[in-house]
Design a protein around this ligand. Structure first.
Ligand code: NAD
Length: 424
């Protein structure tokens, strides 16, 4: 029975969903009562007002957050999201998942996440720069290479990381590349970071298909979300010989059973900004895409898109969670009961991003840079080890794969907290 005295500060559907996942995992490993709440709830959070002078001379104040879930095993780590639907509860849930993910794959980081309630497409480039810099300015004192290291997430990119790194560096008086990851190569970014999450998703999909004795060459793939993760997953899987039959962004999707020309689709997005009206297939809605018959379904946009309503209708063999938290608790139960879908849970599936962010941080701290082949082979080695540990845990305790991954991640964070003890 929880004895936590907590307000509804983080209360939201997505935070409750992350808490239910935690409770289930904590029950499954009989996590001691006196460590549960300490492991579950975020360590601290910051809410900031971010005033930005607009191109017409007016000022708009945006609200932003940073949540640090765990700082017990090292600095906290996690992306920054610029999206109109950001809430403190969502950021807290995403920070929680980052803790379990870093722990599962063995990185010396706790979890964190940040967000600003803004549609970045509504801002000019210079307004976006002001927002990014002012948000980082408000975070100084709360972040740093040994405290908390942001990275890109939905709506943010390498250029935004560059502005944030510059703002922080100006404040401390010297170049401090290790304060953020996902930077451009010219500022200490890592080879392989831009594509790391998608390359990791594709690598794990390839491994699971091999376990199922399904050749990746004959596989069909549908991907919801065609940004960093979705786009790079599409490139990597098509290079492996899979046929990408559907992709989508917030404007809707494209379906082509003969296979979409991914290079052409990405070139179109660079030119048009959105996928809408790309002529490489038939238009398809985001919800319809999820229910397509395909070998692999990759949600790579936002949370809670696989629900109790569409879970019974999924027609994929592998559900590879490129996004964080795409599957609700109810949908999880339905998928597990169906037993015909191999789920690769988010904390494992999309961990390639934070793994290569870790490499970037290491390279920045040492001022010693690695080539792409070295980065990717080190990434594969960590993913192999994490996958093996999840499969072992799954078999040993007859858990579903999400529960196996979460119990490993949560168990290790709880053990570290237990060993450190309570301060004072
Ligand atoms: P991104 O901003 O580069 O791309 C997001 C994509 O999702 C865009 O194509 C956007 O149009 C689309 N989208 C937004 N709202 C949508 C909606 N309602 N329906 C359909 N599509 C929608 O973001 P990203 O970095 O690719 O992140 C995508 C997901 O992957 C998020 O859940 C993020 O937390 C997770 N993730 C990202 C990384 C990373 O390295 N960037 C690492 C791990 C996990």
């Amino acid at each position: 029975m929880s004895k936590a005295v907590v307000s509804g500060l983080y209360d939201s559907d997505v935070f409750r969903m992350a808490c239910r996942q935690f409770d289930q995992a904590a029950d499954a490993i009989n996590l001691a009562e006196d460590i549960r709440d300490r492991t579950k709830y975020p360590r601290r959070c910051l809410a900031v007002a971010v005033p930005v002078r607009r191109s017409d001379g007016s000022v708009t104040v945006f609200e932003g957050y940073r949540v640090q879930h765990s700082l017990s095993t090292g600095p906290s780590k996690g992306g920054i999201r610029f999206h109109e639907s950001v809430t403190l509860g969502e950021v807290a849930a995403l920070a929680m998942w980052m803790s379990w993910k870093c722990s599962l794959v063995g990185l010396p980081f706790g979890g964190a996440k940040g967000g600003v309630i803004v549609n970045p497409r509504d801002l000019s480039l210079s307004e976006l720069e002001h927002l990014s810099r002012r948000y980082m300015q408000e975070l100084i004192g709360f972040v740093g290479p040994e405290v908390d290291i942001p990275a890109p997430d939905v709506g943010t990119n390498e250029q935004i990381m560059a502005w944030m790194m510059d703002t922080y560096s100006n404040h401390v008086g010297h170049v401090s590349p290790a304060v953020v990851t996902g930077k451009p190569l010219s500022l200490g970014g890592s080879e392989g970071r831009r594509e790391a999450t998608g390359v990791g998703v594709a690598y794990l999909v390839g491994k699971y298909l091999a376990d199922m004795k399904v050749p990746v060459g004959g596989a069909t793939v549908a991907i919801q979300g065609f940004g960093n993760v979705g786009g790079e997953t599409a490139i990597a899987l098509s290079l492996m010989g899979a046929r990408i039959i559907a992709v989508s962004d917030y404007t809707g999707g494209i379906y082509n059973p003969a296979g979409i020309d991914i290079k052409k689709a990405l070139a179109y997005i660079r030119y048009a900004g959105v996928l809408k009206d790309f002529d490489g297939g038939e238009p398809i809605g985001n919800e319809q895409l999820l229910e397509l018959e395909c070998t692999v379904l990759v949600p790579a946009a936002l949370e809670r898109v696989i629900t109790k309503d569409n879970a019974p209708r999924l027609k994929c063999r592998v559900l590879a969670e490129g996004a964080n938290g795409p599957t609700t608790n109810e949908a999880d139960r339905i998928i597990e009961a169906r037993g015909d879908i191999e789920l690769i849970p988010d904390v494992l599936c999309n961990s390639g991003g934070v793994i290569v962010s870790y490499f970037e941080w290491l390279q920045n701290l040492q001022s010693f840079y690695w080539g792409r082949d070295e980065v990717i082979s080190k990434l594969h080695a960590i993913l192999d080890k994490a996958k093996d540990s999840v499969e072992y845990q799954k078999r040993k305790f007859s858990f579903g794969r999400r529960l196996a991954a979460l119990t490993l991640g949560i168990g290790r964070v709880a053990e570290a907290k237990q060993k450190r003890g309570l301060f004072p």
